[in-house]
Design a protein around this ligand. Sequence first.
Ligand code: SAH
Length: 379
Amino acid sequence: MAPGPADLAVEPANLFDMNRADMAAFFVGLGEKPYRAEQILKWLYHHGCTDLDAMTNLSRALRQRLAEQAGMVLPEVALHESSRDGTHKWVLRLAGGDCIEMVFIPEPDRGTLCVSSQVGCALDCSFCSTARQGFNRNLTVSEIIGQVWLAHQALEGWDRDNRVITNVVMMGMGEPLTNFDAVTRAMDLMLDDLAFGLSRKRVTLSTAGVVPALDRLAARSPVSLAVSLHAPNDELRDELVPLNRKYPIAELLAACKRYSDHGPKTHVTFEYVMIDGVNDKPEHARQLVRLLQGMPCKVNLIPFNPFPGTDYRRSPSHVIDAFRDRLMKAGIITITRRTRGDDIDAACGQLVGKVSDRSRRHLRWPAVPAAEGLRVSIT
Ligand code: SAH
């Protein structure tokens, strides 16, 4: 059958895919003044309004054009759970049917939203359950900033005096630096006063160490940086974080140094997952001290979070404490991350979503019984 006019129509532009500059260009393209972008951003991100009819500072004619030529499309909340410790987890369904997860972690002095940047992850770190899901695709700007939008909606309404989300960390599913363009545009909106208005210190990007992209990030959007180090020597890191074979530790640390010279005046945080008998021995602590000595940084020890099908175990608490003490004695600020939300599988490395794996990597791993995998069933 010949396609009808509707089949030929171009997809309307999604206003949630645009940062301020993109949106100004979009309005100029419509023959409108660029300041329309500012009006729309405020409606979307200050008032949480997606109803064109309510946007009364736009003319009726413009609203009509937007109704025809622009959409406001966000992921759909498939599930929202809260943990007994106050942690929230959402499963979000994307166009195409894949699901991602995001987590909110309240603490006395802050509220941190952990957002995903990809459907699955291509990096294949041996201790991460997202890796086992394989990789499907990058998230779009609207799918990334949409996570922050939906969490705002659920947690604080749009009352700007009741800010619950004070920090955003790009530490969910995916490697943010291999989705550079969408991630930096979405971060523009996290930082923009006309959108979420967070300071650079309160937006953190976590990377396994994509060295060339770190330099680009320093130039484009120098937010706080966390680096998943996890091992103090190349031999062990090659095994835990295979990306290390491409960008070994010395290159990564040199890039971190450049980042802190050019980036925000905050220390780089090195994340180090504590795996029993693998990377948690006194010799590893000593090597780590040698590696990081003299570098302005912090270390975050993350007790390994187990998931079905893994042979790794979490280091015992006394081992984690002894490791931390060795680093602290050498003058390295070290914090052990408290595991939050593990009763709802919301802890680090437990985010799995639902990924139609294009890498076919999941076939290498034993099948996980549905009841043990994604504990919540999404229909
Ligand atoms: N790809 C990015 C961001 C996602 S991972 C990165 O590698 O930094 C977010 C953090 O959770 C990383 O430090 C990651 O190494 C850690 N993590 C992954 N699996 C984990 C697990 N099973 N237990 C504890 N931490 C884990």
